[in-house]
Design a protein around this ligand. Structure first.
Ligand SMILES: C[S@@+](CC[C@H](N)C(=O)[O-])C[C@H]1O[C@@H](n2cnc3c(N)ncnc32)[C@H](O)[C@@H]1O
Length: 368
């Protein structure tokens, strides 16, 4: 077991010192990332267009971003925005046939509560950022309601990324399929000789990403790790209820910045849709911890919103204001130079591609 001490300060605002100074929203030539799609069976090509900016102008320290920040900071308005954000989330999910309320009810009325005792680690210390209100839940990710709604929220995110898809499965084939293909291709290219045996899914939430990884890599052991014991209880409950897989699963309640797991014990560390929920100081620690946990030749994969996504750069003011009202660390996420953070942690072969119109996937290797 490894021990680590996190120097978290409640008011840490010093992430700029770790990042390269970057202009706020430099205009640059629009580019196109070309990528194989899962649905094409590896044979076809899809292109996802980048916008003209380095990041959306509603993020960072731009006048627009400051204005939105000031609106959100006004408490009476924040309460209205929070409710509005929740309504929009549920109604847009249901419009794309994600049965949000039925799925939530099913979990809340199930035996999921019995899993809590086996997954909760009472000695976990929550970092300050994790205790902020989040996603319109006052207790952030630390509640049964947030846990019961998490899978529907994930499905809705995938549908939003591919609005033209005729079904959730089709959207997943692109969003999750391209992410999984990026991992496989990177690992084959740079670590061909290192067999994939152990995979760690940091910020596994209710286990959706963990199960996708398991299906892609059937001969592996999966470890899903998350700070929310409520989410882990749902993950364990769902895994027991889903079709038997050849993989073995374990669920760990810990901070991904400082897991306490053995050094060099994984071949893949995946961090999917976690970093936009974290301050930059946590992302820096997550990169360092992933480096420690991977074997030489191991692959790190991070997928999340792309600052360069044309779709995100063109989001409507109503949508980005609602989104920012429930995601307290979006500005830090978009300002951080993720490639540099990963290189600074020791990784090589750092590559980033748009794997769908909204999301980037970064892959990197621990040198031999
Ligand atoms: C949007 S969810 C991830 C979804 C999931 N990986 C997927 O792809 O469907 C983000 C998760 O990150 C977790 N998280 C945030 N900070 C964390 C940390 N420092 N350590 C572990 N988990 C963390 C949250 O509890 C939440 O479950």
């Amino acid at each position: 077991m490894a021990l680590c001490v996190l120097p978290h300060s409640k008011f840490s605002n010093n992430y700029h010192s770790h990042t390269s100074p970057v202009p706020q929203h430099t205009r640059r030539k629009s580019a196109v990332t070309v990528r194989m799609t899962a649905s094409s069976g590896g044979g076809g090509l899809a292109s996802y267009e980048e916008g003209e900016l380095d990041r959306p102008n509603w993020t960072g320290q731009t006048p627009l971003s400051r204005l939105v920040g000031a609106l959100i900071a006004f408490k009476p308005l924040y309460s209205v925005l929070k409710l509005g954000a929740r309504q929009v989330l549920i109604s847009t999910a249901e419009k794309t046939n994600v049965p949000w309320r039925e799925m939530t009810k099913e979990i809340l009325e199930s035996d999921v509560y019995k899993e809590m005792e086996s997954v909760q680690n009472a000695s976990v210390v929550y970092p300050d950022y994790y205790l902020s209100p989040f996603h319109a839940y006052d207790e952030g990710n630390l509640s049964w309601l947030a846990a019961a709604e998490a899978e529907a929220a994930t499905m809705s995110m995938v549908r939003r990324a591919i609005p033209d898809a005729s079904s959730l499965e089709e959207a997943n084939e692109i969003v999750r399929g391209n992410w999984l293909n990026a991992i496989e291709q990177h690992h084959q290219q740079y670590s061909g000789n290192l067999k994939i045996r152990d995979i760690l899914d940091i910020g596994c939430s209710v286990g959706v990403s963990t199960r996708f990884l398991a299906d892609k890599f059937p001969d592996t052991k999966l470890t899903g790790l998350d700070l929310s014991p409520y989410f882990l209880a749902v993950a364990k409950y769902k895994e027991k209820a889903s079709p038997q897989r050849s993989n073995s699963f374990q669920w760990i309640h810990a901070n991904g910045e400082c897991t306490g797991l053995d050094s060099q014990s994984f071949d893949i560390v995946s961090i999917s849709y976690v970093l936009h929920e974290c301050p930059a100081r946590a992302t820096i620690n997550l990169a360092k911890e992933s480096f420690r946990l991977l074997r030489p030749g191991g692959t790190l994969v991070i997928t999340d919103n792309s600052p360069k996504s044309k779709k995100l750069q063109q989001l409507s003011p109503v949508l980005f204001t609602l989104m920012k009202s429930t995601e307290p660390f979006l500005d830090e996420y978009y300002l951080l130079d993720l490639e540099k953070t990963v290189k600074d942690a020791g990784f090589v072969n750092v590559q980033t591609i748009l794997t769908d119109p909204r999301h980037r996937t970064l892959t990197a290797t621990v040198p031999y």
